[in-house]
Design a protein around this ligand. Structure first.
Ligand code: PRX
Length: 671
C-alpha cells in the first residue's frame, strides 16, 4: 500500500526505501543496520535525527579508518547553550584524515588516478595517481616539519587550483597543522589580515598563477602582504610557471628545488577526532571576515558520505567540481570528499570561457567527467554565449549535474537539464555554507528525474533538522510557507568555532534565535515540505557565489578622503546573481570629478579586499535615508537599486522622506 502510494506520488515527496535501496545499496550498506520499520526516505531522515548516535556512529565505524575507536558519538551539545556551547563528535577517537584520503587508497590501488589537473592552458591536463599523491604529500609534510611546523600550527596558502595545492593540504592534515587557504584573488591586505589573524608563520604560494591566459603574480602579492606582517618565517614557493620572481634568500624556499631531498614517508600524526583540521575565512554581515575552524572526523565523515549519496558517486567515477580550491566548495568536494571516497577528482584551473565558451564541454569530453558541479553564475554566463558551443562535444559521460553557491533560477536549471544533461542527467541544487562544511539540503538523485523539482534544493540531508522560523523566532509549520532557515541540532561537519573568538561564533550563529543555528538565509517550503532557498536575509551579498558583507565594503569606502558615508546593498544581476550597489555621500564636493572618484573608489576596494567586491554602481547622493534614530534604511536603498520603486513599504519613520525622490531620480539618470 505504502509503496504504491509513494511511487504514484508525482514528485516523490516520500521516496521509498526500495527506491533508496535500488539506487544506493552499494553506496549505503549501513541501510541494513537500521530498523526494518524504516520504509521511506522520510522515515530514515527522521531516524537519522532522532537516533543520530546510532546513525552517525554506524557510518563512522564503517567508513573511516581509526587508530583508536571513538567511545561516544556525540556530547549532546545544544544550540541553546549560549554559555558553553561546544559540539564534539566521535569522542576519544583517534585518526588521521590524510590516511583516510590517501594512504588507504594508495595501499589498495596505487595506480588509480587521484587528481586530474586541468591546467589553464587549453587541452592540457596532468594526472596524479594515489601513489604519486602519497609521495608528494609526505615529502611536503617533511618539508613543512623542517620549517618547524608542528601540530596545531596554522599555514597560510595563496595558491592556484593545482595538484601541488592538494598535496600541501594533505601534508598539513598529515602533520596536524591547519591550512588556511586564502582565495588567490584576494588583495595583499586581505591576505595580510588573514595571515595575521591566525598568526601563520609559513605561507605556501606559487610564483604565478595563470587564469584565462592571464598571468597573476601571486608571489608578489605575498611579498607585499608579509611586508605588513613580517613575522612570517618562510614562504614556500611552487613554480607554476618558468618565469622569474623576486627571491628573498632569507625567507623563500622553492618547493620544486628542495622537495626531492625529503623522504616520501612521513608518519601521520595521531589526531583526536575533535582536533581542528583546517580554517577558512568567510564574510559575514558585520566586522572582519571570520576564520571558521573545521574539525577532523565529523567533517571528513559527513563530507565523504554526502558526496557518495547526494552525487550518486561510484568508485570509478570522475568527479568534476569545477570550483576554485580556495572556497569551501573546493575544500569539501574537490579535495576531501572525493579523496576520502578513493575517487578521481578534477582540479580546474581555468575559466568557463577560456579560450572560448566550450572550455567546460571540451574538458568533460576529454576527462570523461561523470558528475559536474558548478555555480549558477557560470551556467548563466554559458547560456548567454549560446548553445552552439556545446554541440560538437560528447557529453555522454555525464550522469549528474550539481549546482551550488546561490539560488538557481528556473531558466538556468532547465538549460542545465535540457542542453547540458540532455534530459538524461539528474540535476541537484545543493544548499550549504562554509560554516556547514558539507551539503545540507539537496534532492537525492534517486528515482526518476521528474522526482526532482526544478530549481529546488528540496530535502534536508540525513541528520539535518532544518526548520523555518518567523521573525520572532517561532517555528513555522513547514508546509507552503516562507521563513528564516535555521537548523535545530548540531551535525558532524559543522564548523566548531571562529578562530580565536568563540564568543563571536556564538553571537553570530546561535544568539540571533536561541536554540537554533541561524543560517542567514531565507527559504520557502512547498506543500511536500520541500525547500527552496530564497537568498540571504542579512547584510551579506552573494556575487557570483562569492559572499561579501556590505559592512566590509562600506568600511573600505569610508576610508576614502572623498567619502563621508556609504551604504552598500545588493541588486539582482543577470549573470552574477547579485551585483553590488554603493550609495555614497561626499565630504566635500567642491571640485569633484565623478568619474575620477569612482575610479579611485574601485581601485581602493580592489586593493583592500578583492576584485569581486568592487561595486558595480556608485550613486552620489546628498544624504542617506535614515530613520529619526539615525539608522540607515537599507530596505529603501535595496528597493531603489533593484528598480522596485513601488515597493518602498512604510517610510514614515524616515527623517527626510523627500530624499527618496532625490535618490530615485538620480538612480534613473544613472541607469
Ligand atoms: O546564501 C547561501 C548561498 O551561499 C551562502 C554560503 O556561501 P559560502 O559560505 O561561500 O558557501 C558557498 C558554497 C557552499 C549561503 O548562505 N548558497 C549556497 N548554496 C546555495 C545558496 N543559495 C541558494 N541556493 C543554493 N543552492
Amino acid at each position: 500500500m505504502l509503496r504504491l502510494k509513494c511511487i504514484s506520488d508525482k514528485f516523490g515527496s516520500r521516496l521509498t526505501l526500495i527506491q533508496l535501496r535500488t539506487f544506493l545499496t552499494a553506496k549505503f550498506p549501513e541501510l541494513d543496520e537500521f530498523p526494518k520499520s524504516i520504509k521511506s526516505y522520510d522515515d530514515l531522515h527522521k531516524y537519522s535525527i532522532e537516533n543520530s548516535d546510532h546513525f552517525w556512529g554506524t557510518l563512522a565505524k564503517n567508513r573511516l579508518d581509526w587508530f583508536k575507536p571513538f567511545n561516544k558519538v556525540n556530547n549532546g551539545a545544544k544550540f541553546g547553550d549560549l554559555e558553553n556551547y561546544n559540539s564534539q563528535w566521535f569522542l576519544d577517537g583517534k585518526l588521521n584524515v590524510s590516511v583516510n584520503c590517501v594512504d588507504r587508497h594508495y595501499q589498495k590501488n596505487p595506480n588509480k588516478v587521484a587528481l586530474l589537473w586541468e591546467k589553464d592552458e587549453p587541452g592540457f591536463h596532468e594526472s596524479v595517481t594515489y601513489e604519486q599523491l602519497y609521495k608528494m604529500m609526505n615529502k611536503m609534510a617533511n618539508l613543512l616539519k623542517s620549517c618547524g611546523v608542528q601540530k596545531g600550527d596554522r599555514v597560510a596558502f595563496y595558491m592556484p587550483t593545482c595538484s601541488m595545492t592538494v598535496a600541501c593540504m594533505m601534508a598539513c592534515a598529515r602533520i596536524g597543522a591547519l591550512h588556511s587557504v586564502v582565495f588567490a584573488g584576494f588583495s595583499s591586505e586581505s591576505l595580510a589580515s588573514r595571515i595575521n589573524d591566525a598568526n601563520c608563520k609559513i605561507v605556501i604560494t606559487a610564483n604565478q598563477a595563470i587564469r584565462g591566459g592571464k598571468i597573476i603574480n601571486l608571489k608578489k602579492t605575498v611579498d607585499e602582504a608579509i611586508k605588513l606582517y613580517p613575522s612570517v618565517k618562510n614562504v614556500l614557493v611552487y613554480k607554476r610557471t618558468e618565469n622569474k620572481f623576486e627571491f628573498n634568500a632569507e625567507k623563500d624556499i622553492v618547493i620544486d628545488e628542495v622537495l626531492d631531498q625529503f623522504s616520501s614517508e612521513c608518519q601521520p600524526e595521531i589526531m583526536d577526532a575533535n582536533d581542528p583540521l583546517f580554517m577558512l575565512y568567510t564574510s559575514g554581515s558585520t566586522g572582519k571576515p571570520k576564520g571558521l575552524v573545521h574539525a577532523q572526523a565529523g567533517y571528513i565523515l559527513q563530507s565523504a558520505f554526502s558526496h557518495q549519496i547526494a552525487f550518486n558517486f561510484e568508485k570509478d567515477d570522475v568527479f568534476g567540481c569545477l570550483a576554485d580550491v580556495g572556497w569551501i566548495t573546493g575544500h569539501t568536494y574537490i579535495v576531501y570528499a572525493p579523496l576520502c571516497n578513493g575517487g578521481t577528482t578534477v582540479l580546474f584551473e581555468s575559466s568557463p570561457i577560456y579560450p572560448n565558451p566550450s572550455r567546460y564541454w571540451e574538458t568533460i569530453q576529454r576527462l570523461k567527467i561523470n558528475q559536474l558541479y558548478i555555480a549558477p553564475t557560470s551556467i548563466r554566463l554559458l547560456i548567454k554565449n549560446g548553445d552552439e558551443w556545446l554541440k560538437k562535444y560528447d557529453l555522454s559521460s555525464l550522469k549528474l549535474l550539481g549546482s551550488v553557491g546561490e539560488p538557481i533560477n528556473h531558466e538556468a536549471w532547465h538549460w542545465y537539464d535540457e542542453v547540458v544533461g540532455q534530459k538524461r542527467c539528474k540535476i541537484i541544487d545543493t544548499w550549504w555554507q562554509t560554516e556547514t562544511g558539507s551539503l545540507m539540503i539537496a534532492p537525492l538523485p534517486c528515482g526518476k528525474n521528474d522526482q526532482i523539482k526544478p530549481a529546488m534544493a528540496m530535502r534536508p540531508f540525513f541528520g539535518i533538522d532544518a526548520v523555518l522560523l518567523d521573525e520572532k523566532g517561532n517555528e513555522k509549520e513547514p508546509k507552503n510557507t516562507e521563513g528564516i532557515l535555521c537548523i535545530k541540532k548540531p551535525w558532524p561537519s559543522m564548523a566548531r568555532t571562529i578562530y580565536g573568538d568563540h564568543q563571536r561564533f556564538i553571537n553570530t550563529y546561535l544568539r540571533p534565535y536561541p536554540g537554533y543555528y541561524f543560517t542567514g538565509d531565507g527559504s520557502h517550503v512547498d506543500n511536500d515540505r520541500h525547500f527552496q532557498i530564497t537568498g540571504r536575509v542579512d547584510d551579506v551579498i552573494n556575487v557570483s557565489g562569492h559572499r561579501i558583507g556590505t559592512a566590509e565594503v562600506e568600511d573600505v569606502l569610508d576610508e576614502s578622503h572623498h567619502i563621508s558615508e556609504s551604504a552598500v546593498v545588493g541588486f539582482p544581476h543577470d549573470t552574477l546573481g547579485e551585483g553590488i550597489f554603493a550609495f555614497v555621500t561626499l565630504r566635500n564636493d567642491a571640485d569633484f570629478n565623478e568619474e575620477q572618484v569612482v575610479k579611485e573608489l574601485k581601485a581602493l576596494v580592489k586593493s583592500k579586499i578583492a576584485g569581486y567586491a568592487v561595486p558595480h554602481y556608485f550613486l552620489f547622493v546628498s544624504n542617506l535615508p535614515k530613520t529619526r534614530s539615525g539608522k540607515i534604511m537599507r530596505r529603501v536603498l535595496r528597493n531603489i537599486a533593484s528598480n522596485k520603486f513601488d515597493e518602498m513599504g512604510d517610510t514614515s519613520t524616515l527623517f527626510d522622506p523627500s530624499l527618496i525622490d532625490e535618490i530615485t531620480a538620480k538612480y534613473k539618470k544613472l541607469k
